[in-house]
Write a protein that binds this ligand. Structure first.
Ligand code: ACM
Length: 544
């Protein structure tokens, strides 16, 4: 007979083992699995401790301690060693399972344990725990007894920031990196050079920043707009670069530098006019960095294939390889207008001498040269997807910015690919047609970002294994202030984090929308400016 006691036991057990959606806990990105393991509530004591099992976890322990102090006002003691059972325990299992994976076990009245597959896993566990905390200061955290088991779907979870069109100081770059960490993103792609400036100090070529980091003005409003004088000069010293790299590494974020060649080079040509081809050079004397956007076809911005230029490329790429510890170095390779090469007699002569059939082959020659420089430094080259036009080495990673089908083509030709299609991941695009801010045309809705799936149909397992990740890009032509930059980045970065981290079967647009209501409270706590128009228009959040 089923007595009341047995029945309640069955009901309780059913409740305990039933996996919960993170919707109940509003965790973004959605974890792999959440299980309720008890009915008690664990309350963090007023004075609490955090332990860490090894030196490498000290940063994560202090990060959590600082977060709770800064946002809730409670001080904790941080202790090394796993013998002592603290209120929150951080442990690296070093178990060889999926990098970045972790488990959080909340067990009343004993406390919380975060076990990572590696150090990064512990850090991501800390990020998840942060999302279980109250969003109001002076409220003591309480937790359900749950077990969270989680791991990333993709190993490369990237975000590009263009600091050429508009510059951001190191203090803000650190903030940006913090935002990435809060969303479990792990590759910061730093777009450092373009037509409008060269923004990284080169010891081998100091003129690049002395001259090339300066522009006289910019257009007001939408391209082609009206030009206004606005002297603008800024760059990062190598000490600042090292400071950023270290700051990011503490947060398990790798910094990938990009020097964009052989097109997008007006800042190089402003510095070294003789690096240009002998066509179009007289059309804009004296040579300057670009004052406007999107002009690569109108003004000569390509490098000429001369011994001096190749020596220059070797110098700057070797220097960058030494400065950044990242495995990857990005060399651009996009939007190189061939007409400047077509109409240059000296370039045509070079092509003849080197048996290069056309300008596409010349583009490949440049790309191949730089790829070899990067690889001679023990690094892997990344380029935008135009580089598959040539016969680029399979070692190079392709960053897909055209339609995702181009990324698939790259996979089919044996390359590793990062999907960053402008159709889904150019966050500088406006969110809707009715949005009045000046921004790139072609609206990109939050739902479109969220629902992106890597097109894997028809790919072999080996080709699928070459999908290394997804990245979003923030090009800053129309994002001159941090206010506007954040308005375009948030909440899309939260959608990106689920695209990159959560398994497809755990993703749900409807759940995501509900979770975002709480995420906005976190944004408020973090002092972030965001665009919640979609949520207000659809009555998902109240008008503020
Ligand atoms: C790009 O948007 N030209 C990579």
């Amino acid at each position: 007979m089923l007595n009341i006691k047995k029945l309640s036991l069955i009901i309780l057990l059913t409740l305990f083992i039933f996996p919960l959606s993170a919707e109940n806990y509003n965790i973004i990105p959605e974890p792999t699995k959440i299980t309720k393991v008890g009915e008690e509530v664990y309350q963090l004591p007023y004075e609490f401790s955090i332990s860490f099992s090894e030196k490498e976890l000290e940063f994560s322990a202090n990060y959590l301690s600082d977060y709770i102090y800064d946002n809730l006002g409670f001080k904790s003691e941080v202790i090394k060693g796993s013998k002592f059972r603290a209120d929150i325990n951080l442990i690296n299992l070093a178990n060889g399972s999926t990098p970045g994976g972790y488990r959080i076990n909340i067990d009343a009245p004993y406390g919380i344990t975060i076990e990572g597959n590696d150090d990064a896993g512990v850090f991501y566990g800390v990020q998840t725990l942060i999302q279980l905390l109250p969003v109001n200061a002076a409220v003591l955290p309480q937790f359900d007894e749950i077990l969270i088991e989680d791991e990333p779907a993709l190993q490369y979870r990237g975000l590009l920031l263009d600091v050429v069109r508009h510059f951001l100081p190191v203090s803000y770059i650190k903030k940006f990196i913090d935002y990435m960490a809060l969303h479990k993103l792990n590759y910061f792609h730093w777009h450092l050079t373009d037509d409008q400036a060269w923004r990284i100090e080169m010891k081998s070529h100091p003129e690049l920043t002395e001259i090339g980091s300066y522009r006289e003005g910019e257009i007001v409003g939408f391209f082609p707009g009206e030009y206004k004088e606005l002297p603008y000069k800024a760059y990062y010293t190598q000490d600042e670069i090292r400071e950023v790299v270290e700051y990011a590494a503490d947060r398990h974020i790798t910094v990938i530098p990009e020097l964009d060649i052989p097109g997008h080079c007006m800042a190089v040509l402003a510095t070294y006019p003789h690096f240009a081809t002998d066509y179009g050079i007289d059309s804009i004397p004296p040579r300057k960095t670009a004052q406007t956007w999107g002009i690569y076809n109108r003004q000569n911005n390509v490098l000429a294939p001369t011994p001096e230029v190749f020596a220059f490329l070797k110098d700057v790429f070797e220097e960058v390889c030494n400065l950044f510890p990242a495995q990857y170095v990005h060399f651009g390779g996009d939007e190189c207008a061939k007409k400047w090469w077509e109409q240059s007699p000296k370039t045509q002569q070079f092509m003849k001498e080197n048996s290069l059939a056309d300008e596409k082959a010349l583009q490949s020659y440049f790309v191949d040269y730089v790829q070899k420089v990067i690889s001679s430094q023990g690094k892997i080259a990344i380029g935008w997807d135009e580089i598959i036009e040539g016969n680029i080495s399979k070692e190079s990673v392709i960053m897909n910015w055209h339609r995702p089908s181009v990324g698939v083509e790259a996979l089919k030709s044996g390359h590793k690919v990062v999907f960053a299609s402008s159709q889904f991941f150019y966050f500088n695009r406006k969110e809707s047609r009715s949005q009045s801010e000046i921004g790139h045309r072609g609206p990109l809705s939050l739902e479109n970002v969220y629902n992106f799936e890597i097109p894997s149909e028809g790919l072999t397992q080996e080709e699928k294994n070459n999908i290394i990740g997804v990245q979003a890009c923030l090009w800053t032509e129309y994002l001159p202030t941090t206010w506007k930059l954040e308005y375009f980045l948030f909440p899309r970065i939260s959608a990106l984090s689920e695209v990159c981290w959560s398994k497809s079967e755990n993703k749900s647009w409807n759940n995501f929308k509900k979770k975002m209501v709480h995420q906005f409270d976190r944004y408020d706590l973090w002092g972030i400016r965001y665009n919640d128009a979609f949520f207000r228009l659809n009555d998902i959040v109240r008008s503020r």
